[in-house]
Design a protein. Sequence first.
Length: 301
Amino acid sequence: MSDKKLIEALTIEGTQPGKHLLILGGVHGDEYEPMAAIRQLKSRIDPEKLTGKVTLVPVVNQPAYERMNRRGPDDLDLARTFPGSPDGSISQRIASEATQLIRSADYLIDLHTGGVISKLAPFSGYMLHSDPTILDTQRRMARALNLPVIWGTSAHLEGRSLSAARDHKVPAIYAEWGGGSGCDREAVKGYTEGCLSVLSELGMLDLFIELRPILHHIEDAREESGHLQLQNHAPIAGFFEPAVQLMDQVHVGDILGTICSATGDAVTTVSASQTGIILGLRTLPYVEKNEWLAVILETES
């Protein structure tokens, strides 16, 4: 097997020794805002003012990126493949290499979007780690990322970068913002400023960044909490037209949208299965049966 690295990373070394922050983007090949934000961080982090080091990976999943696809040629979801295998398929090898990067770090930020098929409202999240010190650090990092929603979720979801971080006792957060096949400038700016804010919170950069209000900070320890695609699936295939927008408040039974046949003669109404805030919404109109249509952050037990 070739010793060539599958992941292109850039490390910025500070003038003072300290902690190591790893920032990942492009775990899915169709998520562009994190890639652009992490490239901007290259010029925004001044080594002369940095304590410790920062490793930047704009595109973790290069094969998927080159395919203009969420997944690589082995059709595995990299975000469900950690810790991977050095002897496996391409996604498994990338996951293994990324796991080694995570293992080498003191902190992890993993940035995401809704990809080509959907858009997600800005939120940060973390696993409800059993170690109270790590959990406290993750809460601080998520707050410092400066997004309006914070979601602490199950520590038992496997295959993710955060589960690899959990296993190696590395405080880790992820974030979602944007998608829909474009590259939203507001999301790029927000991610860039948010990462700088986390560096400041961790004592690695001396910056003042004003913290914006938090609209919702919810911790949900249920076994499957944080699994974004678990609820609100399409009952049939067809053309989906949403009746809600991101950050709308909905209740169980409220109409999320409709799915119609190609001719429009048959129309099926889709209703919310949860009460809460719309965090994610399908934007690609054609849906297959059982594909997810909306992510709802439950605001009531």
